[in-house]
Ligand binder design. Structure first.
Ligand code: NAD
Length: 261
């Protein structure tokens, strides 16, 4: 538990499922005031709000599409109007789909880039603007992926968005470090969430993924949420411009594990 998170105002985008849900819930357990952004699934966000309140936190829901600038502005403004301030912005919402690059349309490219990368730009910008105006030494946590450094054929748009998130976050960290605003990335490997449901329900596909993970297990959303609360807490007060990989060793060249090479 991180005592200093009690009463902190935290926005989590894409919070009605998967990693966003686990992160929002964990902030609730830390007794934070959580703004649950959902895109389509209002029922799931109602369930989450109930769980956060039962855990001792406070919570409200805000519908919004992170690829739309006006929705992101409204999301941040609602947090400020309802809870009086903003301390932590978790830009988590993201999408992916598999398409060989020669068939990738500009429409599909733009959809992934506008959700995954532009959504993080506007979410970070709106949070930073408020934090600067009110001298808040806040924390911005951007959901990247191991694919910010591992190339991924058939997912060129996704990998490009995650590479962009890395450099955007590092640049913002440098730009706002003098104001005490910290900006970091979380980079999960393979985690058990709806985004991977189809892949992990096929035993052969799951086995292929496990071969790429030195720890030989799929991660759980709570293992990512634990890193998010630490990054937001004062225990991480000297950490900015970095990426915390939560990947069971996936980025450590697993093919070398048996001492070959
Ligand atoms: P998920 O599909 O459960 O969660 C994605 C969430 O984003 C959903 O709640 C969805 O409704 C929301 N969303 C989608 N488009 C949106 C939009 N335009 N506006 C607002 N919300 C929107 O999958 P997840 O695994 O929890 O993914 C969360 C993040 O973690 C994504 O950024 C993803 O790229 C990243 N990630 C996941 C893994 C993994 O293995 N699960 C690995 C690396 C990175």
């Amino acid at each position: 538990m991180f005592k200093d998170l009690e009463g902190k105002v935290v926005v989590v985008t894409g919070a009605s499922s998967g990693l966003g849900r686990a992160i929002a819930k964990r902030f609730g357990e830390e007794k934070a005031k959580v703004v649950v952004n959902y895109y389509k699934n209002e029922g799931k966000s109602d369930e989450l709000i109930k769980e956060i309140k039962e855990a001792g936190g406070e919570a409200i829901k805000v519908q919004g599409d992170v690829s739309k600038e006006e929705d992101v502005k409204r999301l941040v403004q609602t947090a400020i109007d309802e809870f009086g301030t903003l301390d932590v912005m978790v830009n988590n919402a993201g999408i992916q789909n598999e398409v060989p690059t020669e068939e990738l349309s500009v429409e599909e490219w733009n959809k992934v880039i506008s959700t995954n990368l532009t959504g993080i730009f506007t979410g970070s910008r709106e949070a930073i603007k408020y934090m600067l105006e009110h001298d808040i030494k806040g924390s911005i946590i951007n959901m990247s992926s191991v694919h910010q450094i591992i190339p991924w054929p058939h997912f060129a748009h996704y990998a490009a968005s995650k590479g962009g998130i890395k450099m955007l976050s590092e640049t913002l960290a440098l730009e706002y470090a003098p104001h005490g605003i910290r900006v970091n990335c979380l980079a999960p490997g393979a985690i058990n969430t709806p985004i991977n449901k189809e892949k992990f329900s096929d035993p052969e596909a799951k086995e292929e993924v496990l071969k790429m993970i030195p720890m030989k297990k799929i991660g759980e959303p709570e293992e990512v949420a634990a890193a998010a609360v630490w990054l937001a807490s004062k225990e991480a007060s000297y950490v900015t411009g970095t990426t915390l990989y939560i990947d069971g060793g996936m980025t450590n060249y697993p093919s070398f594990q048996a001492g070959k090479g």
